[in-house]
Design a protein around this ligand. Structure first.
Ligand code: ADP
Ligand code: MG
Length: 358
Protein backbone atom coordinates (compact mmCIF):
# COMPACT_ATOMS: atom_id res chain seq x y z
CA UNK A 1 0.00 0.00 0.00
CA UNK A 2 1.15 3.50 -0.89
CA UNK A 3 1.74 5.15 2.45
CA UNK A 4 1.68 8.91 2.69
CA UNK A 5 -0.67 9.25 -0.25
CA UNK A 6 -4.32 10.18 -0.23
CA UNK A 7 -6.55 8.08 -2.43
CA UNK A 8 -9.80 9.52 -3.73
CA UNK A 9 -12.67 7.22 -4.67
CA UNK A 10 -16.18 8.15 -5.82
CA UNK A 11 -19.48 6.51 -5.00
CA UNK A 12 -22.54 7.47 -7.03
CA UNK A 13 -25.72 6.52 -5.24
CA UNK A 14 -28.97 5.32 -6.80
CA UNK A 15 -31.84 7.61 -7.86
CA UNK A 16 -34.06 8.08 -4.80
CA UNK A 17 -37.84 7.79 -4.70
CA UNK A 18 -38.42 11.55 -4.87
CA UNK A 19 -35.97 11.91 -7.77
CA UNK A 20 -37.68 9.46 -10.11
CA UNK A 21 -38.73 12.24 -12.53
CA UNK A 22 -35.32 13.90 -12.57
CA UNK A 23 -32.92 13.64 -15.49
CA UNK A 24 -29.50 12.13 -14.86
CA UNK A 25 -26.48 14.42 -15.14
CA UNK A 26 -23.58 12.00 -14.88
CA UNK A 27 -22.36 8.60 -15.92
CA UNK A 28 -19.60 6.47 -14.54
CA UNK A 29 -17.18 4.46 -16.64
CA UNK A 30 -14.32 2.55 -15.10
CA UNK A 31 -12.41 5.09 -12.94
CA UNK A 32 -13.96 8.22 -14.39
CA UNK A 33 -17.10 10.27 -13.93
CA UNK A 34 -18.56 12.09 -16.91
CA UNK A 35 -20.72 15.05 -16.05
CA UNK A 36 -23.02 17.13 -18.23
CA UNK A 37 -21.34 20.48 -18.89
CA UNK A 38 -23.71 23.34 -18.08
CA UNK A 39 -21.42 25.82 -19.81
CA UNK A 40 -21.42 23.89 -23.04
CA UNK A 41 -24.23 21.32 -23.25
CA UNK A 42 -22.66 19.47 -26.18
CA UNK A 43 -19.59 18.63 -24.07
CA UNK A 44 -19.13 16.48 -21.05
CA UNK A 45 -16.68 17.04 -18.22
CA UNK A 46 -14.55 14.10 -17.26
CA UNK A 47 -13.01 13.58 -13.84
CA UNK A 48 -10.65 10.71 -13.04
CA UNK A 49 -10.30 9.10 -9.64
CA UNK A 50 -8.49 6.18 -8.05
CA UNK A 51 -11.73 4.18 -8.02
CA UNK A 52 -15.40 4.73 -8.90
CA UNK A 53 -18.40 2.83 -7.59
CA UNK A 54 -21.84 3.08 -9.13
CA UNK A 55 -25.30 2.48 -7.70
CA UNK A 56 -24.83 -1.27 -7.91
CA UNK A 57 -21.94 -1.25 -5.44
CA UNK A 58 -22.97 -2.73 -2.12
CA UNK A 59 -21.89 -1.51 1.30
CA UNK A 60 -19.75 -4.64 1.55
CA UNK A 61 -18.02 -3.96 -1.76
CA UNK A 62 -17.05 -0.40 -0.73
CA UNK A 63 -15.79 -1.66 2.63
CA UNK A 64 -13.77 -4.49 1.09
CA UNK A 65 -12.31 -2.33 -1.68
CA UNK A 66 -11.54 0.87 0.19
CA UNK A 67 -11.37 0.38 3.95
CA UNK A 68 -10.64 -3.22 4.92
CA UNK A 69 -7.07 -3.01 3.58
CA UNK A 70 -6.38 -0.15 6.04
CA UNK A 71 -7.54 -1.88 9.17
CA UNK A 72 -4.45 -3.73 10.27
CA UNK A 73 -2.40 -0.50 10.18
CA UNK A 74 -3.54 0.75 13.62
CA UNK A 75 -2.62 -2.64 15.10
CA UNK A 76 0.91 -2.11 13.78
CA UNK A 77 1.19 1.41 15.21
CA UNK A 78 0.24 3.36 12.07
CA UNK A 79 -2.63 5.75 11.43
CA UNK A 80 -5.40 5.41 8.86
CA UNK A 81 -8.15 7.84 7.96
CA UNK A 82 -11.27 7.54 5.85
CA UNK A 83 -13.40 10.61 4.99
CA UNK A 84 -16.85 10.70 3.43
CA UNK A 85 -17.02 13.86 1.34
CA UNK A 86 -19.78 15.29 -0.85
CA UNK A 87 -22.97 17.34 -0.98
CA UNK A 88 -25.76 16.98 1.57
CA UNK A 89 -28.03 14.12 0.53
CA UNK A 90 -25.35 12.37 -1.56
CA UNK A 91 -24.90 9.38 0.77
CA UNK A 92 -22.08 10.22 3.21
CA UNK A 93 -23.87 9.04 6.33
CA UNK A 94 -25.28 6.03 4.49
CA UNK A 95 -21.76 5.11 3.38
CA UNK A 96 -20.10 5.64 6.77
CA UNK A 97 -22.81 4.54 9.14
CA UNK A 98 -25.39 2.82 6.98
CA UNK A 99 -28.55 1.27 8.35
CA UNK A 100 -29.30 -1.82 10.37
CA UNK A 101 -30.09 -3.65 7.16
CA UNK A 102 -27.18 -2.18 5.21
CA UNK A 103 -24.38 -1.49 7.71
CA UNK A 104 -21.77 0.94 6.47
CA UNK A 105 -18.04 1.41 6.90
CA UNK A 106 -18.09 2.22 10.63
CA UNK A 107 -19.81 -0.94 11.97
CA UNK A 108 -17.98 -3.15 9.45
CA UNK A 109 -14.60 -1.66 10.40
CA UNK A 110 -15.17 -2.12 14.12
CA UNK A 111 -16.25 -5.73 13.63
CA UNK A 112 -13.22 -6.46 11.49
CA UNK A 113 -10.80 -4.70 13.85
CA UNK A 114 -11.97 -6.74 16.81
CA UNK A 115 -11.58 -9.89 14.72
CA UNK A 116 -7.99 -8.87 13.97
CA UNK A 117 -7.32 -8.00 17.61
CA UNK A 118 -8.73 -11.31 18.84
CA UNK A 119 -6.86 -13.30 16.20
CA UNK A 120 -3.52 -11.63 16.99
CA UNK A 121 -3.73 -11.56 20.77
CA UNK A 122 -1.34 -14.03 22.38
CA UNK A 123 0.88 -14.24 25.49
CA UNK A 124 3.50 -12.09 23.83
CA UNK A 125 1.16 -9.63 22.08
CA UNK A 126 -1.69 -7.69 23.63
CA UNK A 127 -4.01 -4.91 22.49
CA UNK A 128 -6.08 -2.25 24.21
CA UNK A 129 -8.79 -0.54 22.16
CA UNK A 130 -10.46 2.75 23.00
CA UNK A 131 -12.61 5.25 21.15
CA UNK A 132 -13.36 8.95 21.05
CA UNK A 133 -16.03 10.76 19.08
CA UNK A 134 -16.02 14.47 18.42
CA UNK A 135 -17.80 16.99 16.31
CA UNK A 136 -16.33 20.10 14.70
CA UNK A 137 -18.92 22.79 14.25
CA UNK A 138 -18.09 26.36 13.25
CA UNK A 139 -14.39 25.66 13.87
CA UNK A 140 -15.08 24.52 17.43
CA UNK A 141 -14.44 21.02 18.75
CA UNK A 142 -17.10 19.30 20.90
CA UNK A 143 -16.86 15.99 22.74
CA UNK A 144 -19.80 13.73 21.84
CA UNK A 145 -19.03 11.04 24.44
CA UNK A 146 -18.56 13.23 27.52
CA UNK A 147 -20.17 16.54 26.62
CA UNK A 148 -18.64 19.58 28.29
CA UNK A 149 -20.00 23.09 28.58
CA UNK A 150 -17.11 24.41 26.50
CA UNK A 151 -15.38 23.53 23.27
CA UNK A 152 -12.07 21.67 23.32
CA UNK A 153 -8.59 22.92 22.59
CA UNK A 154 -6.19 21.14 20.23
CA UNK A 155 -2.57 21.34 21.36
CA UNK A 156 0.82 20.06 20.33
CA UNK A 157 2.77 18.56 23.23
CA UNK A 158 6.53 18.74 23.81
CA UNK A 159 7.12 15.64 21.65
CA UNK A 160 5.17 17.22 18.79
CA UNK A 161 2.11 14.99 19.20
CA UNK A 162 -1.35 16.47 18.72
CA UNK A 163 -3.41 16.22 21.92
CA UNK A 164 -6.93 17.24 22.89
CA UNK A 165 -6.58 17.32 26.69
CA UNK A 166 -10.27 17.05 27.63
CA UNK A 167 -11.41 14.63 24.93
CA UNK A 168 -12.87 11.44 26.44
CA UNK A 169 -11.23 8.16 25.48
CA UNK A 170 -13.57 5.32 26.31
CA UNK A 171 -12.10 1.78 26.52
CA UNK A 172 -14.01 -0.79 24.44
CA UNK A 173 -13.56 -4.54 24.52
CA UNK A 174 -16.11 -5.72 22.02
CA UNK A 175 -18.41 -4.69 19.18
CA UNK A 176 -21.20 -4.48 21.75
CA UNK A 177 -19.20 -2.04 23.89
CA UNK A 178 -18.58 0.03 20.79
CA UNK A 179 -22.25 0.12 19.79
CA UNK A 180 -23.40 1.32 23.21
CA UNK A 181 -20.79 4.12 23.34
CA UNK A 182 -21.22 5.12 19.69
CA UNK A 183 -25.01 5.30 20.02
CA UNK A 184 -24.71 7.61 23.02
CA UNK A 185 -22.48 9.87 20.90
CA UNK A 186 -25.02 9.84 18.07
CA UNK A 187 -27.75 10.81 20.52
CA UNK A 188 -25.65 13.72 21.66
CA UNK A 189 -25.17 14.78 18.05
CA UNK A 190 -28.91 14.52 17.42
CA UNK A 191 -29.52 16.81 20.43
CA UNK A 192 -27.43 19.46 18.71
CA UNK A 193 -29.42 18.87 15.52
CA UNK A 194 -32.78 19.72 17.02
CA UNK A 195 -31.34 22.88 18.51
CA UNK A 196 -29.90 23.92 15.18
CA UNK A 197 -31.59 23.22 11.91
CA UNK A 198 -29.60 20.94 9.58
CA UNK A 199 -26.77 20.89 12.09
CA UNK A 200 -25.49 17.43 11.16
CA UNK A 201 -24.94 18.40 7.54
CA UNK A 202 -23.00 21.44 8.70
CA UNK A 203 -20.59 19.75 11.10
CA UNK A 204 -17.82 17.18 10.79
CA UNK A 205 -18.20 14.03 12.91
CA UNK A 206 -14.87 12.38 13.72
CA UNK A 207 -14.83 8.88 15.20
CA UNK A 208 -11.41 7.73 16.37
CA UNK A 209 -10.49 4.16 17.32
CA UNK A 210 -7.19 4.00 19.14
CA UNK A 211 -5.28 0.73 19.37
CA UNK A 212 -2.44 0.38 21.86
CA UNK A 213 -0.37 -2.72 21.27
CA UNK A 214 2.28 -4.27 23.47
CA UNK A 215 4.60 -6.93 22.17
CA UNK A 216 7.25 -8.92 23.99
CA UNK A 217 10.48 -9.75 22.19
CA UNK A 218 13.43 -11.40 23.97
CA UNK A 219 11.84 -10.67 27.35
CA UNK A 220 11.33 -6.97 26.57
CA UNK A 221 7.94 -5.35 26.11
CA UNK A 222 7.44 -2.58 23.56
CA UNK A 223 4.32 -0.46 23.12
CA UNK A 224 2.89 1.19 20.03
CA UNK A 225 -0.17 3.30 19.31
CA UNK A 226 -2.12 3.49 16.06
CA UNK A 227 -5.37 5.25 15.24
CA UNK A 228 -8.21 4.81 12.79
CA UNK A 229 -10.24 7.95 12.05
CA UNK A 230 -13.62 7.55 10.35
CA UNK A 231 -15.07 10.91 9.36
CA UNK A 232 -18.47 12.03 8.12
CA UNK A 233 -17.71 15.51 6.74
CA UNK A 234 -20.08 18.47 6.51
CA UNK A 235 -21.90 18.87 3.18
CA UNK A 236 -19.54 20.15 0.50
CA UNK A 237 -22.02 22.43 -1.32
CA UNK A 238 -20.61 25.88 -1.89
CA UNK A 239 -22.52 27.61 0.86
CA UNK A 240 -21.06 30.98 -0.02
CA UNK A 241 -23.13 30.97 -3.18
CA UNK A 242 -26.49 30.25 -1.59
CA UNK A 243 -27.14 33.73 -0.24
CA UNK A 244 -26.56 32.75 3.37
CA UNK A 245 -26.62 35.55 5.90
CA UNK A 246 -25.99 35.87 9.63
CA UNK A 247 -25.43 32.58 11.48
CA UNK A 248 -25.77 30.58 8.26
CA UNK A 249 -23.04 32.66 6.68
CA UNK A 250 -20.79 32.07 9.70
CA UNK A 251 -21.43 28.32 9.44
CA UNK A 252 -20.77 28.37 5.70
CA UNK A 253 -17.52 30.22 6.09
CA UNK A 254 -16.37 27.70 8.72
CA UNK A 255 -17.39 24.69 6.56
CA UNK A 256 -15.71 26.09 3.50
CA UNK A 257 -12.60 26.98 5.48
CA UNK A 258 -12.11 23.46 6.84
CA UNK A 259 -12.98 21.65 3.60
CA UNK A 260 -10.70 24.01 1.69
CA UNK A 261 -7.95 23.38 4.24
CA UNK A 262 -8.47 19.61 3.88
CA UNK A 263 -8.13 19.94 0.14
CA UNK A 264 -4.95 22.01 0.46
CA UNK A 265 -3.47 19.45 2.86
CA UNK A 266 -4.33 16.54 0.54
CA UNK A 267 -2.78 18.39 -2.41
CA UNK A 268 0.37 19.23 -0.47
CA UNK A 269 0.78 15.61 0.68
CA UNK A 270 0.27 14.17 -2.78
CA UNK A 271 2.74 16.68 -4.24
CA UNK A 272 5.19 15.80 -1.45
CA UNK A 273 5.50 19.46 -0.50
CA UNK A 274 7.77 20.33 2.40
CA UNK A 275 5.17 22.48 4.14
CA UNK A 276 1.75 20.97 4.75
CA UNK A 277 -0.82 23.61 5.87
CA UNK A 278 -2.33 21.64 8.79
CA UNK A 279 -2.86 24.73 10.92
CA UNK A 280 -5.41 26.28 8.60
CA UNK A 281 -8.42 24.53 10.23
CA UNK A 282 -9.41 22.56 13.31
CA UNK A 283 -10.10 19.46 11.23
CA UNK A 284 -6.68 19.34 9.60
CA UNK A 285 -4.96 20.34 12.83
CA UNK A 286 -6.59 17.46 14.70
CA UNK A 287 -5.67 15.08 11.90
CA UNK A 288 -2.12 16.33 11.53
CA UNK A 289 -0.59 13.02 12.59
CA UNK A 290 -3.14 11.03 10.66
CA UNK A 291 -2.46 12.74 7.34
CA UNK A 292 0.97 12.43 5.81
CA UNK A 293 3.98 10.66 7.23
CA UNK A 294 3.35 6.96 7.56
CA UNK A 295 -0.41 7.33 7.53
CA UNK A 296 -2.83 6.27 4.85
CA UNK A 297 -5.91 8.29 3.99
CA UNK A 298 -8.91 7.70 1.77
CA UNK A 299 -11.53 10.17 0.64
CA UNK A 300 -14.82 8.65 -0.48
CA UNK A 301 -16.64 11.26 -2.51
CA UNK A 302 -20.37 10.58 -2.46
CA UNK A 303 -22.54 11.89 -5.30
CA UNK A 304 -26.15 11.85 -6.40
CA UNK A 305 -26.73 11.14 -10.10
CA UNK A 306 -29.60 13.54 -10.88
CA UNK A 307 -29.81 17.07 -12.25
CA UNK A 308 -31.47 18.50 -9.16
CA UNK A 309 -28.09 18.15 -7.41
CA UNK A 310 -26.11 19.29 -10.45
CA UNK A 311 -24.29 22.33 -9.11
CA UNK A 312 -23.42 20.66 -5.82
CA UNK A 313 -22.15 17.65 -7.74
CA UNK A 314 -20.17 19.88 -10.09
CA UNK A 315 -18.68 21.72 -7.14
CA UNK A 316 -17.83 18.48 -5.30
CA UNK A 317 -16.19 16.93 -8.36
CA UNK A 318 -14.08 20.01 -8.98
CA UNK A 319 -13.08 20.07 -5.37
CA UNK A 320 -12.43 16.36 -4.98
CA UNK A 321 -10.73 15.76 -8.27
CA UNK A 322 -6.99 15.42 -7.91
CA UNK A 323 -6.70 14.64 -11.56
CA UNK A 324 -6.69 17.19 -14.32
CA UNK A 325 -10.11 18.04 -15.50
CA UNK A 326 -10.50 17.42 -19.19
CA UNK A 327 -13.17 18.42 -21.61
CA UNK A 328 -14.42 15.62 -23.79
CA UNK A 329 -15.74 16.60 -27.16
CA UNK A 330 -18.54 14.36 -28.35
CA UNK A 331 -17.48 11.97 -31.07
CA UNK A 332 -17.65 13.49 -34.55
CA UNK A 333 -17.60 11.45 -37.75
CA UNK A 334 -14.40 12.28 -39.64
CA UNK A 335 -14.72 13.70 -43.12
CA UNK A 336 -11.97 13.52 -45.69
CA UNK A 337 -11.13 16.73 -47.48
CA UNK A 338 -10.66 16.42 -51.21
CA UNK A 339 -9.45 18.85 -53.86
CA UNK A 340 -11.24 19.64 -57.09
CA UNK A 341 -9.72 16.55 -58.70
CA UNK A 342 -11.04 14.38 -55.87
CA UNK A 343 -7.57 13.85 -54.36
CA UNK A 344 -7.41 13.62 -50.58
CA UNK A 345 -6.01 16.72 -48.86
CA UNK A 346 -4.24 16.71 -45.54
CA UNK A 347 -6.71 17.69 -42.80
CA UNK A 348 -5.64 20.52 -40.52
CA UNK A 349 -4.36 19.26 -37.17
CA UNK A 350 -7.40 18.51 -35.03
CA UNK A 351 -7.84 21.32 -32.57
CA UNK A 352 -7.45 19.80 -29.13
CA UNK A 353 -9.94 21.00 -26.60
CA UNK A 354 -8.42 23.34 -24.09
CA UNK A 355 -7.82 22.18 -20.50
CA UNK A 356 -9.94 23.15 -17.54
CA UNK A 357 -12.83 25.33 -18.46
CA UNK A 358 -13.80 26.69 -15.09
P1 ADP B 1 -25.59 12.71 3.40
O1 ADP B 1 -25.10 12.14 4.68
O2 ADP B 1 -24.50 12.81 2.36
O3 ADP B 1 -26.30 14.02 3.57
P2 ADP B 1 -27.35 10.45 3.41
O4 ADP B 1 -26.38 9.39 3.69
O5 ADP B 1 -28.20 10.91 4.53
O6 ADP B 1 -26.65 11.72 2.75
O7 ADP B 1 -28.23 9.94 2.18
C1 ADP B 1 -29.38 10.65 1.70
C2 ADP B 1 -30.47 9.64 1.39
O8 ADP B 1 -30.07 8.77 0.36
C3 ADP B 1 -30.82 8.76 2.58
O9 ADP B 1 -32.21 8.53 2.57
C4 ADP B 1 -30.07 7.47 2.30
O10 ADP B 1 -30.69 6.36 2.88
C5 ADP B 1 -30.10 7.40 0.78
N1 ADP B 1 -28.92 6.74 0.22
C6 ADP B 1 -27.69 7.27 0.18
N2 ADP B 1 -26.81 6.43 -0.41
C7 ADP B 1 -27.52 5.34 -0.74
C8 ADP B 1 -27.18 4.10 -1.40
N3 ADP B 1 -25.92 3.83 -1.80
N4 ADP B 1 -28.16 3.20 -1.59
C9 ADP B 1 -29.42 3.46 -1.18
N5 ADP B 1 -29.81 4.60 -0.56
C10 ADP B 1 -28.88 5.54 -0.34
MG1 MG C 1 -25.20 12.99 6.63
Amino acid sequence: MDSGNVRVAVRVRCVLEHEQDEELCLTQADKAIQLYNWKSPTDTLKFRFDACYNEEASQKEIFMGEVKPLLDLPLKGFNATCFAYGPTGAGKTFTMQGTKQHPGIIPRSIKHMFQLVNRRTKDTQQFTVSMSFLEIYQEKVYDLLEPKDHDLTILQDASGSIVVPDLAEVPIQSVKDFEATYNSGLEQRATHSTALNAHSSRSHAVLTIKVQSRACKNGEWNARVGKLHLIDLAGSEDNRKTGNVGDRMKESTAINKSLFALNQVVDAINRKQARIPYRESKLTRFLQEALGGNSVAKILTCLGPTKNMYFNTYHALNFASKSRQVVNKPFEARTTRVNAAGKAQPTPAASTSSGPIV
